[in-house]
Write a protein that binds this ligand. Structure first.
Ligand code: F3S
Length: 748
């Protein structure tokens, strides 16, 4: 399937590239090339980085089971017979980690039966590939099977950019975007700016691909990549394995980047060959000039990228980031002192490796090398040690090559091929709510509560080999890379730098693949949603805008500081209601810090005066009274994930306007898709003027046009009023969504 897509794409690339070079008056970066070759209509579009909205035609859609529920429910509202582009569903997010692979999987099949049946039946009917529970984690499976150089993939998960490891643009989107693309519409995205990262030198010793991105997280921060594509190049790029490139692209999401990409090279050829895609590798090889930037770009990159970062891989030290945010970065060698100084609990309770970010053969073999050194010294893991393989292919290869045995001898537990602790699906036996302790993982996210649902847990991120060393020492106050430790015999030893293989010499072992192809013709098939279901609910269209300005709406919540989509729509136990909008909306803002209360997720009903209510309780009361409400947010509001519930629940509970200092890209689009007005303070200091008892009017909505500020009036409790300006990035099309009540309403 990818072969056909690639053939078609490569055939049309030369012509559109020639047009683009002419139109732009310059050579093309790789990101330019992929964007223009996927334009819905190249000639008709405006191309301006940071300003233009692009309409693109993705090659493929990938969905994970948590977000697929809503994506499919939304797609079904469009009344189409079949998905318009090749699409897949991957059952990876709903499996709770507790007892190890086999038992966890059995329990998940039972607990999530309704959801799996719905997804499997909908996939079969609508021509969508279905990857069964336990088959693997979406991004690993996409890298192994679907990504190819030059492709454009959208996926309903923030870490979709993992596919950039094979030289394509893979971009995380909300379920609504996926639903629309499957319904046949082009996909809209703000034309991203470009960060060029020039890599020189070669990784050595402990330094791994993970450290490239951990270092960049510290350098560029979680906002540094917003509305930007990170394009890697330089002689260092081709020294990194394809899977290592995947890790780097995967965690570009932590920079807030639209996506990240590497130019085509021989590491990609080797990976496609070993994952049974030699035909694709040959095809890409014979079109290799199309799949890298024009040579003039590499000669004078400063003319082509909006920002350039240089990284000398030879000098890179292994890094650790966290707690609580991925941009709190430092070399491993500095962590022990910092942990002591800042009073981080130094006993490591858990060390976790694998996940979609870091379960390549290279990662696992290097980690096993560290584990073997520990075993040789008579040591076992002091911290609870958990391993999440990325796919069946990885799992069986790990098993065949003895890595599983090594980890188990060390005291490790191998979990199913799924997300588990990476997404809060972890029944952590020793976790105590309210008590801070430290864990370290090779995953990609470390928001409070992300892994074990306990917001006090201090979660650190590092490469899998560093995490394995920490598993053995169990001590954050000890530098496992540079210090010596005592073996069981009392003798001092030092871990030697990890060694491993990029790809298995014997090829990948195969297990049960877990792929179910769709029906040739799904017309007569039905989609399985029991009428009594507590987990799935068919969607009702949101009401159209009534044409009136918003007058004196109460403030539902003013969030303070970081407000991620995890804060707006927490995951963990709520994941099970992903397909039931009414039920899941009870979680709305439960993780968000309010400017007016000390307890996250709580607020006051300003109509009744009742306090200490959940935000959902307050919103339901306003909704019952036919009143809309306003949410006010801080910087980079909605960062973190593509979760569309963070936009759908507020809309469902009648939030009409969200005003922030700034938005994270995906969430801002998601709000617009649900018909919510997304505004930013023209003067960020106006944020401070908003008080709990204020009523907020948003006027002039009949004259809403792209680029024109919107007037907001704040009515104070004492009768005074002040007027402020807000900006927005709403396009003509998005105004139509607002008026129709949602993007999907605008389709029908
Ligand atoms: Fe899953 Fe974590 Fe990746 S939730 S898709 S393993 S980021």
């Amino acid at each position: 399937m990818s072969m056909d897509l690639a053939k078609k794409l490569y055939a049309k690339m030369p012509e559109v590239f020639a047009k683009a070079r002419k139109k732009f008056g310059r050579g093309l970066t790789l990101a330019d090339k992929i964007l223009v070759s996927h334009a819905d209509n190249f000639d008709a579009q405006t191309w301006e980085r940071g300003k233009a909205m692009l309409a693109l035609r993705p090659d493929r859609v990938a969905m994970q089971d948590a977000t697929a529920q809503m994506a499919m429910l939304q797609f079904m509202q469009a009344n189409k017979q079949k998905a318009a582009v090749p699409s897949t569903i991957h059952c990876d997010h709903l499996i709770r980690a507790e007892m190890g692979s086999a038992k966890d999987l059995l329990r998940a099949m039972d607990e999530n039966k309704e959801v799996y049946n719905f997804l499997a039946s909908a996939a079969k009917k609508y021509g969508i590939g279905f990857w069964k529970p336990g088959a693997g984690i979406i991004h690993q499976v996409v890298l192994e099977n679907y990504a190819f150089p030059g492709c454009l993939i959208i996926g309903t998960d923030s870490h979709t950019p993992n596919g950039g490891g094979l030289g394509g643009l893979a971009i995380g989107v909300g379920g609504a975007d996926a639903g629309e693309v499957m319904a046949g519409l082009p996909w809209e995205v703000l034309h991203p700016k470009l960060i060029g990262v020039r890599l020189t030198g070669k990784l050595n010793g402990w330094a791994s691909p993970k450290d490239v991105i951990l270092y960049l997280c510290g350098l560029l921060t979680v906002k540094g990549g917003t509305n930007k594509i990170v394009e890697y190049f330089g002689p260092g790029a081709e020294t990194i394995s394809a899977t290592g490139k995947g890790t780097i692209c995967n965690m570009g999401a932590e920079l807030g980047a639209t996506t990240s990409v590497f130019p085509f090279d021989q590491k990609m050829v080797a990976y496609m060959n070993i994952t049974d895609r030699a035909d694709l590798a040959n095809l890409a090889q014979s079109h290799k000039d199309l799949l890298v930037a024009d040579s003039e770009v590499y000669q004078s990159p400063e003319k082509y990228y909006d920002q350039i970062v240089e990284v000398d891989l030879s000098k890179l030290e292994p890094h650790v980031v966290g707690p609580h945010t991925p941009d709190l970065a430092r070399p491993v060698s500095k962590l022990a002192a910092e942990a002591k100084e800042k009073g981080y609990p130094i006993e490591l309770k858990a060390a976790l490796i694998g996940s979609c970010t870091n379960s390549s053969y290279e990662d696992i073999s290097r980690s096993a090398h560290i584990a073997r050194q520990g075993l040789k010294a008579g040591l076992k893991a002091k911290a609870s040690f958990l391993v999440s393989p990325g796919s069946e292919r990885i799992y069986h290869t790990m098993k065949r090559d003895g890595f599983l045995d090594t980890f188990e001898q060390l005291g490790g537990t191998v979990l199913s091929n799924s997300c588990g602790p990476c997404i809060g699906q972890w029944k952590r036996a020793d976790g105590v709510k309210g008590k801070a302790d430290s864990i370290v993982s090779s995953f990609n996210r470390n928001f409070p509560g992300r892994n074990d649902g306990i917001s006090e847990t201090l979660s650190f991120l590092a490469s899998p080999e560093v995490v394995t060393a920490y598993a053995i020492t169990g001590d954050l106050g000890f530098d496992p890379v540079n210090q010596t430790l005592k073996g069981a015999d009392g003798k001092e030893f030092k871990f030697q730098p990890p060694q491993g293989e990029e790809l298995p010499a014997k090829g990948f072992a195969k297990g049960e693949e877990g792929f179910v192809a769709p029906a040739e013709n799904g017309e007569g098939l039905t989609v399985d949603i029991p009428s009594t279901s507590e987990r799935l609910q068919l969607l009702q269209p949101f009401p159209r805008w009534d044409g009136k300005d918003f007058e004196r709406l109460p403030l539902l919540i003013k969030t303070k500081g970081k407000t991620t989509t995890d804060h707006i729509s927490p995951a963990g136990p709520w994941l099970k209601f992903r397909g039931h909008l009414d039920k899941i909306s009870d979680n709305m803002f439960l993780g968000a810090n309010s400017a007016f209360t000390s307890e996250p997720g709580k607020g006051t009903n300003v109509l009744t005066g009742e306090s200490n209510l959940t935000i959902a309780q307050i919103a339901r009361d306003y909704k019952a009274k036919g009143i809309g409400s306003v949410v006010v947010g801080d910087e980079n509001y909605g960062e973190g994930s593509s979760r569309e519930h963070a936009a759908m629940s507020p809309r469902f509970l009648n939030v009409r306007v969200v005003i922030t200092k700034s938005f994270a890209r995906i969430h801002e689009t998601n709000l617009k898709k649900q018909g919510i007005l997304a505004l930013t303070f023209a003067d960020p200091k106006d944020y401070d003027k908003i008080e709990q008892q204020d009523r907020i009017s948003v006027t002039g909505l009949n004259n809403l046009v792209p680029g024109k500020p919107v007037q907001v009036t704040i009515h104070k409790a004492d009768g005074k009023a002040l007027t402020i300006q807000t900006n927005h990035s709403i396009t003509e099309q998005q105004i139509a969504w607002f008026k129709a009540g949602s993007a999907l309403n605008a389709l029908n």
